[in-house]
Write a protein that binds this ligand. Structure first.
Ligand code: FES
Length: 145
């Protein structure tokens, strides 16, 4: 029921881990299943994502979509990264079973949350980027400054 690419990214996830002193961190929870995802960005002065890592407390589809999503945004500008949708991630994975589509939203929302965090810290506004709905990292924000 899972494509080979999904199985590959699930068993051998890319970019798993964390980045110390990250330029932007986003944490979101999936209301539907309670799973959690956190994405870290290292963004350079040209607003290019030099490095990205993720951690998840979630299902296999969440691991695979996050792994693929991090691969898709690495090396992109923050503006290009915003265009990486869960649909694009699913396409890159050759699809997901319908009951697992909501899992791919976790990766998209975590990317947006991390971009939002970066933009807040750097006083940047990106059209179309909104405050994350499910951001649950508020209590940790202090230690990031
Ligand atoms: Fe929760 Fe997949 S079941 S993210």
């Amino acid at each position: 029921m899972y494509s080979e690419k999904v199985m590959d990214h699930f068993t051998n996830p890319r970019n798993m881990g964390e980045i110390e002193n990250a330029s932007g961190v986003g944490t979101v929870g999936n209301a539907k299943c309670g799973d959690i995802m956190r994405i870290y960005f290292d963004i350079d002065d040209n607003q290019v994502i030099q490095d990205v890592k993720f951690k998840t407390f979630g299902c296999g589809a969440a691991v695979a979509t996050s792994s693929m999503a991090t691969e898709l945004v690495k090396g992109k500008t923050i503006y290009e990264a915003l265009q990486v949708t869960n649909k694009a991630v699913m396409e890159a994975l050759d699809g997901l079973p319908p009951v697992k589509v909501h899992c791919s939203l976790l990766a998209e929302e975590a990317i947006h949350a991390a971009l939002w965090d970066y933009c807040q810290k750097n006083d940047i506004q990106i059209e179309g980027l909104e405050k994350p709905k499910d951001d649950i990292s508020e209590e940790e924000e202090e230690e990031e400054y």
